[in-house]
Design a binder for this molecule. Sequence first.
Ligand SMILES: CC(C)(COP(=O)(O)OP(=O)(O)OC[C@H]1O[C@@H](n2cnc3c(N)ncnc32)[C@H](O)[C@@H]1OP(=O)(O)O)[C@@H](O)C(=O)NCCC(=O)NCCS
Length: 143
Amino acid sequence: MYSICDMSEKLKLYRPDIDSIFTYVLGQYPNAYNWFLNRVIPELPIKRKILGCFVKGKIVAIAILKINDPDEKICTFYVRSKYRRRGIGTALMTECLKYLTNPYIVVKTSGIFFFRRLLEKFGFELVYKGNLAYRYRLFDRSS
Ligand SMILES: CC(C)(COP(=O)(O)OP(=O)(O)OC[C@H]1O[C@@H](n2cnc3c(N)ncnc32)[C@H](O)[C@@H]1OP(=O)(O)O)[C@@H](O)C(=O)NCCC(=O)NCCS
């Protein structure tokens, strides 16, 4: 069993959980924590949102969103490897889309294998295919 919660408004309380999950995300994105400190925190809670997924009180997944912005985006989306393939990514994405209308997400080419099915399932379309990353966008949700 898992539960998803909005960590944006109680950052102080959730900070140890957020820091601990960044130890996993950082393996792939070494600058992610500096970005979190310098860009995400100052923009909470109006322009950014942080959603976390917990299993037995332990954080296993995180999503960081850019909201209330024409450039709305899913900036970070990560499920710890041990907890994948049991619907957590799907549940977290469902929660993310409550706050976003036409978001995009950039996925490293090395991560496409994991992300493709999840994104296509929600109707994201591939809009840019680069050597290092792919960009997906979700269209037509406001009409
Ligand atoms: C992509 C990711 C979020 C998926 O999370 P998850 O919890 O495994 O997702 P779910 O269990 O909800 O699965 C979603 C769908 O994708 C499919 N899927 C997930 N992993 C898959 C894999 N390795 N191969 C094939 N399909 C896969 C599932 O079968 C499911 O499809 P279905 O509903 O038709 O059965 C997770 O693999 C992840 O976090 N990867 C690393 C991402 C990363 O590097 N993020 C940091 C930068 S943003």
